[in-house]
Design a protein around this ligand. Structure first.
Ligand code: GUN
Ligand code: ZN
Length: 444
């Protein structure tokens, strides 16, 4: 019998998904206006309406109550760069000049292991403050920088995926490796970290323009030699970039084909952006189960374009959400949902708030091939969740008084919410972030 220490329950409104609302409609989610989540030994033990759960809970279990709060699964950030934390919000450039002006000089600093360790801690704090419990993270070309992030995540027992950037051309000399060196360094990191605790490795060529054909082939070799590791890269973000790839790889049918020919298109491949894809690229993604990380704050900030969500959904492509910090302008998946909605508005489409929260949770888990482990609150799932304060700001509290349906509530939360709405974040049943307590707007 597990001790009471390992068994806790939380009472609030609860929302989680069991499938994609596009396929299952209202069957895709479970919403309890007054619910209880019961966590035992780091996993979800049971969840349901408070009236039913109160009868099932063991006596003397710790039960914490959160009026006007919503419990959701922890958010999943399918694309973010930890070394770019310090250069978020850098003015005035588009992708390729932004990389040269801001990104490369910043990433040079991560040769210094101590510096990388310090930024890793800040980065993880920031994820958790924003309710993000799992992220697929770009490191830098320096293996020490990836080692530092893995170590920091391991100490907190977080579920994280990261990898060393592979980049052997079109970048400053000190930031370039070689095909062989990148293979050896990546292999060493895979052997050290992949599958250790909750950590997994992503083979991470930066993007096709920064890798020779030989290096892309080496990345493919790593995937073949280590089944289960991820492929993480960028794809079709910006028109200038797409034209450059066409010129660099004239023998390829299109941008995605460059990766596919090198053996980089698998069920565990995650491509950031995918804004300017042709039908054949969509078809190949759908057929292989490769995923796109949609990064709306970045796409707007860098002027990259408007993501055609409907088109990719119609093709059946797996889609998750990414903040893409530092091209993206916020660590918050709620801010990301706000911008995702506007990106669809500009194309005459609409992003339903349930679909949006699905993308930020179970949809992200599916993009990462982890949909049976995280992203939901069904019994047996890892207890990664957040408790969101629906009255976190005076405006949210006031707006909520005028919301009459769960859909209204969620949409207001997605549109107005940010890190201030994250009262607590839990990872494997352990509280890993708790906002400073403050008087509630309502209680003033
Ligand atoms: N393409 C290649 N590298 C990067 C990067 O660091 N950020 C973004 N947004 N796109 C890229
Ligand atoms: Zn990126």
């Amino acid at each position: 019998m597990p001790s009471a220490e390992h068994s806790r329950a939380y009472r609030a409104a609860i929302l989680y998904f069991v499938g994609d609302p596009l396929q299952l409609g209202e069957q895709a989610w479970h919403f309890h206006e007054d619910g209880i989540l019961w966590v035992e030994q780091g996993l979800v033990k049971a969840v349901g309406a408070a009236a039913d759960m109160l009868e099932r809970l063991p006596r003397r279990i710790s039960l914490e109550c959160f009026p006007h709060h919503l419990i959701t699964p922890g958010f999943i950030d399918c694309h973010v760069h930890y070394p770019q934390t310090e250069m978020i919000a850098a003015y005035g450039e588009r992708l390729l000049s932004w990389l040269n002006t801001y990104t490369f000089p910043t990433e040079l600093k991560f040769q210094d292991r101590a510096y990388a360790a310090q930024v890793s801690e800040f980065f993880l704090d920031e994820l958790l403050r924003n309710g993000t419990t799992t992220a697929l993270v770009f490191g830098t070309v320096y293996p020490e920088s990836v080692d530092a992030l893995f170590q920091a995540a391991q100490q907190r027992n977080l579920r994280m995926i990261t990898g060393k950037v592979m980049m052997d051309r079109h970048a400053p000399q000190e930031l370039c490796d070689t095909a062989q060196q990148s293979y050896q360094d990546s292999k060493m990191l895979i052997e050290r970290w992949h599958g250790v605790d909750r950590l997994q490795y992503a083979v991470s060529p930066r993007f096709a323009p920064c890798s020779s054909q030989e290096q892309l082939n080496k990345a493919g070799q790593l995937l073949r030699e280590h089944p289960g590791v991820y492929l993480h890269t960028h794809l079709s973000e910006n028109q200038e970039e797409v034209a450059w790839v066409k010129a660099l790889f004239p023998q390829s049918r299109h941008y995605l084909d460059v990766y596919e020919q090198a053996g980089l298109l698998t069920r565990r491949s995650v491509f950031a952006h995918g804004i300017h894809l042709c039908d054949d690229e969509c078809q190949r993604l759908a057929a292989t189960g490769g995923a796109i990380a949609h990064c709306p704050t970045s796409n707007l900030f860098l002027g990259s374009g408007l993501f055609p969500l409907d088109k990719l959904q119609q093709w059946g492509v797996h889609i998750g959400l990414g903040t893409d910090v530092g091209g993206g302008t916020s660590f918050s998946l709620l801010r990301t949902l706000d911008e995702a909605y506007k990106v669809q508005q500009l194309q005459g489409a609409s992003l339903d708030p349930f679909q949006a929260l699905y993308l930020a949770t179970l949809g992200g888990a599916r993009a990462l091939d982890l949909e049976h482990t995280i992203g939901s609150l069904q019994p047996g799932y890892e207890a990664d969740f957040c408790i969101l304060d629906l009255h976190a700001t005076p405006l949210l509290a006031f707006r909520m008084q005028h919301c009459h349906t769960p859909r209204d509530i969620l949409f207001a939360l997605n549109t107005l919410g940010d890190d201030r709405a994250v009262a607590r974040t839990y990872s494997l049943g352990r509280c890993v972030h708790q906002a400073e307590s403050k008087p509630h707007a309502r209680d003033k």
